[in-house]
Design a binder for this molecule. Structure first.
Ligand SMILES: [Zn+2]
Length: 478
């Protein structure tokens, strides 16, 4: 099994290393989720078709540097196994313990000047006596200055036989075309949760960690495509909770909220249940969770609901377990597109407004109340949200009491006629909400009850929508 190979490779001197370092893959076979790349590289080594310049692109934690290090040993290994380094021959060992200096790692973020690259140009002329190839791994290569790129280009144009460049970057679009065209480019993909879990299971077996299935699922999701992030989360949880890990341990250690409270609050917003919203927030706070992180998760939840609404096969795009996926779909079916997108923008605004606040709770609560009771909210997107929900009610024939709907429409008509005041979120205080509530009640009682048939209500609604959109356009209300 894979982990035995690793253990054998670097033996005993790694007792106190971080999980990520300790379990850094030593052979191509242990690099997860990038089979399309590792197989190509192995074939090149087996067929002795090694390139002189490689570009590894991809987001953080996807295995670029790890792969570069494995490749740098594989090309020099005296006894490679199926294209992977043996990690046991004198050259592999020498590279690993630092006694052979022919694999040079350069961090372009801190060595980005033309002089740094000129040093490399002078350096490449010397042929190593220890290893077949001198390998330069230039990390974050997009950080090089223009002068440095030009100097590098000269070397890449006529690379000596014994030199290999491996350039790694998270931002390939910042690398000049002249450099790109001289490299074999490999794009590292974000690692799928299932692949991350598979690797974690190997590590758990090797480190005698007892991780529950729900914990694996959560870790796979939290890693967000990055093995490094996934393993550093695991590291934090292990140091806080010991070797037995459940999903509860993880949420407690990281201060993240459970999916359950996210669904509860979304459901409360949909139902307009303000009491429930306040009580969920209370629970989040009393559990010692970070409210900001909770709101972040809630925003992500609304974004996922939008994906459910607009795509056919949303479960393939979203990382939810089967049970949560059913809940998410049910919620997204109940809410209109306008309502969900309005919720996303209101919460994102609240997040921005509270960035420097010590106790953002009141702002969050207010934002959530506005979402649950759009009648307290006069912002353009809230009005559109209300129009959409009324329109769909009338269309679906869900209106039995036309008189009360007529009142609400009159209320909206009046507001559109009088112009809508757009208030920035930060100036809205709880007190003002109470006042608005009183005004709304007055609005409703002001208008006499009419018994209009649904078709007339619908046309009135559509008229409000048109007038409102025109108003927004002429006044440039955003
Ligand atoms: Zn070897």
């Amino acid at each position: 099994m894979a982990f035995f190979r690793i253990k054998k490779g670097i033996g005993g001197y790694m007792a106190h290393q971080a999980i990520y370092r300790k379990w850094r893959p030593m052979v191509f076979e242990d690099i997860v989720g990038q089979g399309h790349i590792t197989q190509t590289l192995k074939n090149q080594i087996l067929n002795d078709k090694i390139g002189h310049a490689y570009l590894f692109c991809g987001t953080r934690g996807t295995g670029k540097t790890t792969c570069a290090k494995v490749l740098s040993r594989a090309v020099n290994c005296l006894n490679p196994h199926d294209g992977s380094p043996c990690n046991e021959c004198e050259v592999c060992k020498g590279i690993l313990d630092g006694s052979i200096l022919d694999v040079k790692e350069i961090d372009a973020a801190s060595n980005n000047g033309v002089d740094n690259i000129r040093e490399i140009r002078d350096d490449v002329r010397y042929v190593s006596t220890n290893a077949k190839y001198t390998v330069y791994i230039i990390d974050e290569v997009h950080m090089l200055s223009t002068g440095a790129f030009n100097a590098l280009l000269k070397t890449l144009e006529e690379p000596p036989e014994h030199v290999i460049f491996i350039l790694a970057t998270t931002e390939a679009h910042k690398v000049p075309q002249t450099i790109l065209s001289r490299c074999q480019r490999f794009d590292f993909k974000r690692i799928k949760p299932s692949d991350i879990i598979l690797r974690m299971k190997e590590i758990a077996h090797g480190d005698k960690l007892n991780i529950s299935e729900d914990a694996y699922e959560l870790l796979g999701r939290l890693a967000d495509g990055s093995m490094r992030d996934g393993l550093s989360i695991l590291e934090r949880v292990v140091s806080a909770c010991g070797n037995s890990i459940t999903a509860k341990n993880i949420t407690a250690t990281l201060g993240i909220s459970t999916a359950e409270s996210i669904f509860q609050i979304t459901d409360a917003i949909e139902k307009g249940d303000v009491n429930k919203i306040i009580s969920v927030i209370d629970n989040v706070m009393s559990d010692g969770k970070d409210l900001r992180v909770f709101i972040d998760s809630l925003i992500k939840n609304f974004r996922d609901m939008l994906i459910c609404k607009i795509t056919e096969d949303s479960s393939a795009m979203l990382d939810y377990n089967a049970e949560d996926m059913v809940k998410l779909k049910a919620l997204s079916d109940k809410m209109s597109f306008e309502k969900i997108s309005h919720a996303t923008s209101v919460l994102s605004d609240a997040q921005a407004d509270t960035k420097w606040m010590k106790s953002p709770r009141i702002v969050y609560e207010l934002a959530l109340i506005k979402l649950a009771r759009p009648e307290y909210d006069d912002s353009p997107s809230a009005v559109m949200d209300r129009l959409a929900s009324l329109e769909s009610k009338v269309k679906n024939g869900a209106v039995t009491d036309t008189s009360s709907l007529s009142e609400r429409i009159s209320n909206l008509e009046e507001k559109v006629k009088n112009g809508i005041t757009v208030q920035p979120t930060e100036t809205v205080k709880k007190k003002e909400v109470t006042e608005k509530k009183k005004t709304s009640v007055r609005y409703i009682t002001q208008f006499r009850k009419k018994n209009s048939p649904p078709t007339i209500l619908l046309s009135r609604l559509q008229r409000i929508g048109t007038t409102y959109r025109e108003r927004c356009a002429t006044r440039q209300v955003t």
